[in-house]
Write a protein that binds this ligand. Sequence first.
Ligand code: PGA
Length: 252
Amino acid sequence: MKLVVGNLKMNILSPVERERYLGLFKKELGRKKLEKTEIVLCPPPIHLESFFKTLGKKVRIGALNIFWERQGSFTGEVSPAMVKNFGGEYVVLGHSERRRYFCENDQDVSLKIVAALKEGLSPILCVGDKEQGLKSASVVVSQLKNCLDKVNNMRIENVVICYEPVWAISSNNPGRLPTSNDVMSARLTIKKFLVEKYGAKTADKVRIIYGGSVDAKNVREICVDSGMDGALVGRESLEPYEFVKIAEIINR
Ligand code: PGA
């Protein structure tokens, strides 16, 4: 299955806005059957339950962060069990905005991945270089090595890897995009790492997606032509019409 993930970030500020978004999304999806593509929507945690109740039959729901402990005195954190019990199946981890604004490092991400897997959630692990250039492959490999250090062969197929160059995220650098070749070569770097660590057969089961300024106009070139298994979509996931269009192109 291909995968299209909506990263709603810190948006949708009120119940009214949420109802509007859910209504539009339902309408766009309508009776469309995207047989080869799984759609995942990741809203802020306060919306998780209502997203699940409204759209849970058509799309899968995910969170945008969790803590690595399950319960207790961790003021302000969200437990992996909460995400699971309120309908979540996925969780985005290691996003560059969490690394940048909340000082998350690879060790934190590694603990969170273990906690997610233990709870039966599928982590979507974001890795990506800050600057375009020669060292980018080594940055990605070191993030993979550190973040997956506690993930064994039995569990890795539940992890999704998202290659998201930080410089290509729409809010960082409007208009800067990798070429299809850049993305293909990042895919190969990730694949090689997975094959070496887990063997070819297991590595083949791990989905590798691309994130960073994806829209309906560029998705074919950067996500499909590069051989990626899908996309992580930020800005355009706020527009259900555009988001579903992206999913349809990936589904073809
Ligand atoms: P963008 O965001 O699609 O707006 O670039 C992607 C992301 O940060 O996950």
